[in-house]
Unconditional design. Structure first.
Length: 69
């Protein structure tokens, strides 16, 4: 007995002639795209926060106290 599987992105014609579209085809790609956009947005926000004078002063004081030990 041979079992054949089909890739998720293929379209199979049913005997009635209506195409059988896989509703989950391309879902993983969309999830990766959304996660990438969120990561880029978070990185941009992090850059803005780290460039502020207040945060820069705090980081300099932490580094300075760590090096003076």
């Amino acid at each position: 007995m041979t079992v054949r599987t089909r890739p998720a992105s293929t379209v199979v014609d049913r005997p009635s002639g209506t195409p059988d579209h896989d509703p989950e085809a391309g879902l993983a790609t969309a999830e990766y795209a959304i996660a990438t956009i969120a990561a880029v947005g978070f990185a941009g926000l992090l850059i803005l926060v780290l460039q502020s004078d207040t945060v820069r002063g705090m980081l300099e004081s932490i580094i300075g106290s760590a090096l003076s030990v």
